[in-house]
Ligand binder design. Structure first.
Ligand SMILES: [Zn+2]
Length: 149
């Protein structure tokens, strides 16, 4: 199976419909479609997918990290550096969960992976991101705890 690069996906010819898709379609694919296919493994799979995408996109520094997250409309990121290998990323308007009702379950694994992947390219270290807050867990933003190693 051929592996495609991001550049190969950039040529979009949709003169009437343009480049945007409804966020609802994304959420149907992401929250219903993928979960029904992958079940309990969907979290780990989405995290790895996000991480690969994050490292492919890459970011030069923390400002570029925030810009990439916002340009892709994944959300609006705020970074709190705890120490050189530990940071907290708050994600407002999360693509997957913003507005979601309380379920007690957190499932923004792809976003968690994208954040980890991008931060790996910023700091040139491995990153592990764990989601700690979500709309679906009773907050009005998403939060991720990141350790570099
Ligand atoms: Zn989220």
């Amino acid at each position: 199976m051929k592996e495609y690069s991001i550049d190969e996906l950039k040529n979009i010819v949709r003169p009437t419909l343009g480049e945007d898709v409804p966020l609802l379609l994304f959420r149907i694919l992401r929250i219903i479609g993928i979960r029904s296919l992958l079940g309990e493994t969907s979290g780990a799979t989405l995290y790895m997918m996000g991480k690969n995408v994050g490292t492919m996109l890459g970011a030069a520094d923390l400002d570029d990290f925030k810009r990439k997250i916002e340009d892709l409309k994944v959300g609006i990121a705020e970074v709190e550096v705890i120490d050189e290998d530990h940071m907290i990323v708050k994600l407002y308007e999360c693509i997957t969960c913003a507005g979601f009702g309380y379920t007690g379950e957190m499932f923004c694994d792809m976003e968690s992976g994208i954040i980890a992947g991008l931060l790996e390219t910023v700091f040139k270290k491995k990153a592990k991101s764990t989601q700690t807050k979500s709309w679906s867990a009773g907050y009005n933003y998403c939060e991720f705890e990141i350790y570099l190693y």
